[in-house]
Design a protein around this ligand. Structure first.
Ligand SMILES: [Zn+2]
Length: 126
């Protein structure tokens, strides 16, 4: 039996949190899921070099996936808070830190913890 290392736990949690938010935004297509896998693999290398960064992995994976989706799909996740103005994406805060959450900079509000967009109950109807 191999105990699961904290590093593997962090990567597994990051994957689960980002996938949960993709499902909440109804963009968890097969090719999108593979973007998450790609990011987790890249961050595996990164966190092996810097184990103290394990708590930051989830926020980094979320940002990787945001960037990758912007090319293929568009903005994600769309802000569910602002009813007016141009559609805009939420941002991850902190960019490099523990306990990442989604914020809307236009409204200046914290929308949901990473992995909890679905529970925020404010998914756009489009
Ligand atoms: Zn907003």
């Amino acid at each position: 039996m191999h105990p699961i290392s904290p590093l593997e736990q962090a990567l597994h949690a990051a994957r689960a949190l980002v996938l949960a938010d993709l499902v909440a935004g109804r963009v968890a297509e097969a090719d999108v899921v593979s973007l998450v896998e790609d990011s987790v693999e890249e961050r595996r290398w990164w966190v092996e070099q810097w184990p103290d960064g394990a708590a930051f992995v989830a926020g980094l994976v979320a940002q990787d996936v945001q960037d990758a989706l912007l090319d293929r799909y568009g903005r994600w996740p769309l802000c569910p808070v602002c009813a007016t103005g141009d559609p805009h994406a939420l941002d991850v805060e902190p960019e490099l830190g523990p306990d990442p959450h989604w914020v809307c900079h236009q409204a200046g509000v914290r929308v949901a913890a990473l992995g909890s967009l679905g529970a925020a109950g404010t998914a756009p109807a489009s």
